[in-house]
Design a protein around this ligand. Structure first.
Ligand SMILES: [Mn+2]
Length: 352
């Protein structure tokens, strides 16, 4: 989707910055529309990328330049390809080599002028979701109806196949405590390199935020656990990819309180601006103006705490027309632009 037309589309929607995915989660869906959200199943979304084909400095800086030529800034890369770091997540034999590769990627991003990389430290990744006409007017979106506890098979991480030749059978289980230790190792190794490269590592919470999904532990399934992640490795490069939709789905905690708490600490690298109805284990993703969350109240909290970072629409419901994804994004962007302009107008009136 990183095409000239889509850069123009983003600019026309009022975007100033881009967050891009360089992992092709959709390769298996090539025939059925590449721009919808996959929900996967027991086989996940399909094959991950090539572990030996790291994104090169040239690719990253070319993309940065291309984006800039359209009046936009490339702010962040979202997610490492599961092929690059699966043994870091699994504590497998290739974790040391894969960590060297991630360090190299972080250095390349820094050198290319990309200040942020989003990640989600998770074995099962985004999974256990259903798809249906859940948003207003029957717009197609995703949700959850009970937690999938089918074990993740060997050779799969983050809902993608990283080793097609892996023996059959479920992955061995891991405790929540030892999975936190894997995250601690990841941060201890990568954060010093990120600091030196001028790159922020931004953690997405677990989506969906259930405590155990597909028999794997989740680390950030309630708002307080974001604090645990921050306190685990104090560093200016240890920040959050703050997903409002996921936070609102959490069975415990309060999305407004969390927004206040983490924006006050200046720990939000960027925000996924998304609305939902319901909570884990039963919720639906919906349009920004019809969900449980008062998005204006969120923006007022961010404004009070002088948040000046990036906000992006997360996934949106698909709209019934020739370009369902684009229409959904344009609708979200229009809502966001209007809400932000409203706050700016009120601010300047208050100053007068
Ligand atoms: Mn998100």
């Amino acid at each position: 989707m990183l095409t000239e037309d889509n850069f123009r589309f983003a600019r026309q929607c009022g975007a100033t910055h881009l967050v891009v995915h360089l992992t092709d989660y959709f390769s298996r869906r090539a025939s059925s529309g590449r721009d919808n959200q996959p929900v996967g199943g027991e086989e996940g979304w399909g094959p991950a990328g090539d572990p030996d084909r790291l994104w090169t400095f040239e690719e990253l800086s070319d993309l940065k330049r291309q984006v800039r030529a359209h009046g936009l800034e490339l702010y962040a890369i979202e997610n490492f390809d599961p092929a690059f770091w699966y043994d870091i997540l699994l504590d497998g034999p290739k974790k040391f080599q894969q960590m060297e590769n991630l360090k190299e990627l972080v250095r390349r991003a820094g050198r290319a002028g990309i200040p942020c990389i989003g990640y989600n430290f998770s074995l099962a990744g985004v999974c256990s979701r259903i798809e249906g006409p859940f948003a207003r007017g029957g717009a197609l979106s995703v949700g959850m109806d009970g937690v999938d506890q089918t074990p993740v098979p060997k050779g799969m991480v983050w809902n993608m196949v990283v080793d097609a030749g892996a023996e059959k059978g479920p992955q061995p289980t891991v405790t929540t405590e030892s999975f936190w230790q894997r995250l601690a190792w990841f941060l201890k190794e990568l954060l010093p390199v990120a600091e030196e490269a001028g790159v922020v590592l931004a953690a997405h919470p677990d989506d969906p935020p259930a405590q155990i999904v597909r028999q794997t532990p989740r680390l950030v399934y309630k708002p307080d656990l974001y604090q645990k992640l921050l306190d685990l490795a104090p560093s200016p490069s240890n920040q959050l990819e703050f997903c409002l939709g996921t936070l609102a789905e959490m069975a415990e905690g309060d999305v407004y309180e969390a927004t206040d708490r983490y924006s006050r600490q200046k720990k939000i690298a960027y925000i996924h601006f998304r609305n939902v109805r319901g909570k884990v284990p039963r919720y639906h993703e919906v349009f920004l103006d019809e969900g449980d969350v008062d998005m204006f109240r969120i923006l007022a909290i961010l404004n009070k705490n002088q948040y000046d970072g990036v906000l992006i629409p997360d996934h949106t419901p698909q709209m019934t027309c020739a370009a369902p994804w684009h229409a959904g994004m344009a609708y979200a962007m229009g809502f966001m632009r209007a809400a932000i302009q409203q706050i700016e107008k009120t601010e300047s009136r208050n100053r007068e």
